[in-house]
Design a protein around this ligand. Structure first.
Ligand code: IMP
Length: 440
């Protein structure tokens, strides 16, 4: 860490997403000037609760309800209709964030969503159970250089040329997938007209995120870089192919908004008191039956984006150790400790065994992970409390936490070798205990 005031903090999920990042971002956004997203799209679902009122975002950075400058970086994929819906919602609620959109962010089209579903079917047991928001197909087009960027929407000639190429290709792929058995119901001219209109609506917000953010840093501004999904869902360091298509670990932040890694001051990883997962792939610590039901209900573990019930399990410190190693977090934030109330004892996975041998590294490959059995330690759980009691504890601070929670936190810190600087024991912004200063 450098010897200067903190200007940039990255917040990313350490696990399979849904760790409660939205709340932590919202919490730390108070002192930031800018909140920027750097990857993913509206596959994300960020919930922020303020004084009992819930705000849900999929695309717009969570700093929106703090009326900050919010930046959608070049690494994000944008569904313009979702963007406009969220902007409208913010306006209706009386929020006035200053939105900036990168001109090099890629754009999601209706055929991306259509093909997302079809590709999943062909993948069989390797289907990730995507959110069907067109995320994978849009990133694929970006990588194979067929994609259309925000800049293109602002220039009719460029757009028409690129769009025709892309549309014709997608139609061919659709026909191959469907064996000509289904009608292609998308109308080329209608998409062109709509997206040119969308471009006009976006025009006033469009910037170069690289120039904008670097100049903001030069001028002493503080930037919070908000990750979506989680490290273990990432295209490089996740449990491929059961993840998403973007770079979800902290390394994705500089690339996804155009600032140097040397300008990053702090990295925070968000973990949950237990594990949750939406979609396919092995989850070694997965629970079922009564206990899974209890945790799912207490933690409201239903997808913000799709409404799907989430798979839940014990905390997996073996895969989190991998995330901790590559991200080299300065601090962790732990969420949903309140949701584990009444569960006793609590198990913590501290390693995997494969073919009778204890592994010394997380095996990353889904085929190997599927064959592993988790090695557990047990710790005493804590009693249930009312939400008022949890809020009172949060007001009083860390020392007021039940001893069992303090011990649980200390054990996780010890195994992961990283301090837990933020403790969240309820959904509201206020139900948060800060143990250190982040914007120093
Ligand atoms: P996609 O991002 O829609 O392509 O989905 C790929 C995989 O990532 C699926 O298993 C999804 O359930 C999962 N996923 C995508 N976004 C999120 C998220 O925000 N939270 C949790 N899981 C997600």
């Amino acid at each position: 860490m450098r010897n200067k005031n903190t200007q940039t903090i990255i917040i990313t999920g350490a696990s399979w997403g849904d760790e409660g990042k939205g709340k932590i971002v919202d919490f730390l956004a108070s002192e930031a000037d800018i909140v920027a997203r750097f990857q993913g799209g509206n596959n994300a679902g960020h919930t922020v609760v303020v004084k009992g009122k819930k705000y849900k975002f999929h695309l717009i950075p969570s700093g929106a309800i703090k009326n900050k400058t919010i930046v959608i970086g070049n690494g994000v994929v944008i569904d313009p209709e979702v963007l406009f819906e969220e902007l409208e919602m913010l306006k209706t609620e009386g929020f006035t964030p200053d939105l900036k959109i990168s001109n090099t962010a890629h754009v999601i089209f209706p055929f991306h969503k259509l093909l997302d579903g079809m590709e999943e079917i062909t993948k069989g047991k390797y289907a990730a159970g995507t959110t069907k928001r067109g995320i994978g197909p849009t990133y694929s087009d970006k990588a194979s250089r067929y994609g259309i960027r925000v800049f293109d929407l602002l220039h009719k000639d460029i757009f028409l040329n690129k769009f025709s190429r892309l549309y014709d290709l997608k139609l061919k792929i659709y026909k191959a997938f469907s064996g000509n058995s289904q009608d292609w119901e998308l109308n080329k001219q209608e998409i062109i007209d709509n997206y040119l209109k969308f471009g006009e609506i976006m025009r006033p917000y469009v910037i170069s995120s690289a120039y904008y953010l670097n100049s903001a840093l030069d001028n002493g501004k503080k930037i919070l870089l908000e990750g979506a999904q989680g490290c273990l869902l990432g295209i490089d360091h996740g449990m491929y192919p059961y993840g998403t298509s973007s770079i979800t670990w902290a390394g994705g932040a500089p690339g996804g908004c155009g600032i140097s890694p040397t300008r990053i001051d702090k990295i925070i990883g968000v973990i949950k008191a237990y594990t949750s997962r939406v979609g396919g792939g092995p989850v070694p610590t997965e629970l079922d039956g009564e206990l899974a039901h209890q945790i799912r209900e207490q933690g409201h573990e239903y997808g913000t984006t799709t409404g799907r019930p989430r798979r839940v399990g014990w905390i997996d410190l073996f895969n989190l150790k991998y995330a901790t190693m590559i991200n080299n977090y300065d601090s962790l934030a732990i969420t949903l400790l309140d949701a584990l109330e009444g569960v006793n004892p609590i198990k913590l996975c501290v390693g995997y065994t494969l073919n009778g041998e204890k592994l010394d590294s997380w095996p990353i490959h889904s085929e190997l992970i599927a064959q592993c059995t988790p090695d557990y330690i047990s710790m005493p759980g804590w009693e249930p409390r009312s939400s008022e009691e949890w809020s009172k504890i949060a007001k009083e601070g860390f020392e007021a936490l039940p001893t069992e929670i303090k011990n649980y936190i200390a054990k996780i810190e010890d195994i992961l070798g990283t301090p837990i600087g933020i403790v969240s024991i309820g959904p509201d912004r206020e139900d948060t205990i800060l143990r250190t200063t982040f914007w120093d």
